[in-house]
Structures are given as structure tokens and as C-alpha cells.
Design a protein around this ligand. Structure first.
Ligand SMILES: NC(=O)c1ccc[n+]([C@@H]2O[C@H](COP(=O)([O-])OP(=O)(O)OC[C@H]3O[C@@H](n4cnc5c(N)ncnc54)[C@H](OP(=O)(O)O)[C@@H]3O)[C@@H](O)[C@H]2O)c1
Length: 306
């Protein structure tokens, strides 16, 4: 372990700092006193690169295809945090190179880009994106590094439109299976704050599970009604099996492309959640008591009125 890894202002290497979650992790790390080194692709000429710099983050251009270059960029870090997003070439291939580089550089800890429902409890083949995380985690577990995955359920923010569960215009909450199945939701901001705290905590276990709110569909109905001051009704769309079959049909009908979150993948995710299998338990919400968890209702209330 290097001096930086043990100092009170440890260096945290962050991959994905130009992304939505990654930039928020960077901000929380800076607020907590870390020296943040963001690894960005040399090809990235987008304005997003300016954002970590404005936070006071050291931005290092690095070839993600080169373990040697990544090793040099990881040197002296207390933890490598990944907030990369993508399919196999990112979640498995690029993260493997980053992991190999972190190990070669003597970095003691690694947080992979998981940030999802509990894939450790799901059968292989039930969710394309989570299968990739499981595959990477198997590699991680064979590596001499202290790994911690943050599992946070679904980003609550998706309930304002992207996830087809709360329909604001007809004022319906759509569901499959049981309206009483507990579901895990955490905002992107809370996930970032918790991840930053975990990155600076040398005692984290292999998995940390958090949920800003555990809500049933009836709870979502109450939250939507309270947030909009309009009554929402429930709409049962079928059994959990029906949703599983729909996701398979949608996948079969969709031409193959590189979309990370095609509609059929969102359906796989909802199907997983409504089965109850990936329910997060026990929750580690109290691990960093300063974090205030944002409720579903608070998030829905931020949605502009139609
Ligand atoms: N639980 C949920 O509901 C939920 C929902 C959405 C996302 N997530 C997860 O949250 C994590 C972060 O997602 P996000 O939405 O913040 O993603 P994002 O905004 O798309 O950002 C992705 C980041 O990854 C980088 N990246 C992508 N491909 C790369 C490559 N080949 N080499 C190096 N860097 C690469 C991007 O860099 P460039 O700027 O160079 O492109 C960017 O910094 C992912 O694990 C994602 O699956 C969870």
C-alpha cells in the first residue's frame, strides 16, 4: 500500500467521470476531501471533460486498451472506482484491463460499475446487462484486490418517465404480478454519495446494498398521488411470466445494435424486480449516517407538471 492509499486525502482513481453517475461520484469524493484522478479517453473531446476539471479533479487522458497506460494512471491510488457504462467491451473487457492495471499498480481496492439490483440472486440469462456484471465479478473474485460492489436497485430518477411504470398522463401505475412486491429504488445522487463514501472507507465488504426507498406498487401509487396531488390508479398488466415472455418477444423483434438500454432490456429489469428475486437485503443504508435518502415522492415532485 502506498502513502497515498493510507493518507487522510487518499487518491481515488475514477473511470467514467464524464458520465452522469461518475461526475456525481467525483463531486462527492471532492467534497469528502479525496484527491480525484479521472481517467478519460483521449478520443473524448466532448464538453463533458470540462465538468470534472471544474470540480478540481485531475483529468488524465489514458488509452483504455493499454494495461500499461492504465497501470501508470492508477499508481498511488487507494481505490479504483468504475462508473463506466456499456456492453461486453466495456463492462467485461475494459473493466478487466482496468482491474489488471489496478492490481499491477498495487491499488488495494476496486469498486466495479455495478449499481443495480442484486444480480447475485438472479439466474444467468435473465438479464443481458447483469450477466455481464456477474461475469466480471467472477474475474474480480479471483483477483488479489479488495472488491466492493454497490447494489442500489433501480435509479428512482427513472420513475419520472423512462421506466414505463408510473404513467403521468392517464394517471396509472402499471404493474405485473403482485402490487405488494417490495421493490428497491435509489436516486442517482444518493448512489453517487454512497459510492464516494464507500470508496473512502477501507473496511467495506464485498457487497453493499442500499435503497433510498423500498416501495411496493401500492407505495408508488401513493407517492405519485401525493407528489402530483392527483389520484393515480393501479393497472395490472399481467403475471410476472407475461412480462418475461414480453421481454423475450421484444428482444427477438429488435434488430441487434449496441444500445445499452434497449426497451427489451428495461423489460428484463422490471421482470427481475417483480419476481422479487433480486430484492436487496439486508440494507446498508445506515453505514454512513450523514447520508439523507431521497424518497420516491420527492423525486416525482421534481417532475415538471404537464
Ligand atoms: N440501477 C439503475 O437503474 C441504473 C440506470 C442507469 C445506469 N446505471 C448504471 O450506472 C453506471 C453508470 O451509468 P451512467 O448512466 O452514468 O453512464 P453514462 O452517463 O453513459 O457514462 C458512461 C461513462 O463511461 C465511459 N465509457 C463508456 N465506454 C467507455 C470505454 N469503452 N472506455 C472508457 N470509458 C468509457 C463514458 O466516457 P465517454 O464520455 O468517453 O463516452 C462515460 O464517462 C453503469 O453501471 C450503468 O449501468 C444503473
Amino acid at each position: 500500500m502506498t502513502d497515498s492509499a493510507t493518507s487522510s486525502n487518499p487518491t481515488i482513481v475514477l473511470a467514467g467521470a464524464t458520465g452522469d453517475l461518475g461526475l456525481r461520484i467525483a463531486r462527492h469524493l471532492v467534497q469528502r476531501g479525496a484527491a480525484v484522478r479521472a481517467l478519460v479517453r483521449p478520443s473524448n473531446t466532448s464538453p463533458a471533460v470540462a465538468s470534472p476539471r471544474e470540480l478540481g479533479v485531475e483529468v488524465v487522458e489514458v488509452d483504455f486498451n493499454s494495461v500499461a497506460a492504465l497501470q501508470q494512471a492508477c499508481t498511488g491510488a487507494a481505490c479504483v472506482v468504475s462508473a463506466l457504462s456499456g456492453l461486453r467491451e466495456v463492462i467485461v473487457d475494459a473493466q478487466k484491463r482496468l482491474l489488471d492495471a489496478a492490481v499491477a499498480a498495487g491499488v488495494p481496492r476496486f469498486i466495479p460499475s455495478d449499481y443495480c439490483i442484486d444480480y447475485t440472486k438472479l439466474p444467468a440469462g435473465s438479464n443481458r446487462n447483469l450477466d455481464l456484471r456477474r461475469e466480471f465479478s467472477q474475474r474480480l473474485d479471483q483477483t488479489p484486490i479488495q472488491a466492493t460492489s454497490v447494489l442500489n436497485g433501480m435509479f428512482t430518477d427513472l420513475l419520472t418517465g423512462q421506466a414505463p411504470v408510473i404513467l403521468f398522463s392517464p394517471k396509472r401505475v402499471v404493474y405485473w404480478g403482485s402490487a405488494d412486491q417490495p421493490l428497491d429504488f435509489t436516486t442517482i445522487e444518493n448512489t453517487a454519495e454512497f459510492t464516494a463514501a464507500a470508496a473512502l472507507d477501507p473496511t467495506t465488504p464485498r457487497y453493499l446494498r442500499v435503497a433510498g426507498e423500498v416501495a411496493t406498487v401500492r407505495g408508488l401509487q401513493a407517492a405519485a398521488s401525493a407528489a402530483t396531488r392527483q389520484p393515480f390508479r393501479l393497472l395490472w398488466a399481467g403475471s410476472v411470466g407475461v412480462l418475461g415472455a414480453m421481454s423475450k418477444i421484444a428482444k427477438a423483434l429488435t434488430p441487434k445494435n449496441d444500445d445499452v438500454f434497449p426497451p427489451w432490456q428495461g423489460m428484463q429489469y422490471l421482470h427481475n424486480m417483480f419476481t422479487g428475486k433480486p430484492k436487496l437485503a439486508p440494507l446498508d443504508n445506515a453505514r454512513y449516517p450523514e447520508i439523507r435518502w431521497t424518497s420516491v415522492q420527492e423525486v416525482l415532485a421534481t417532475r415538471p407538471a404537464a
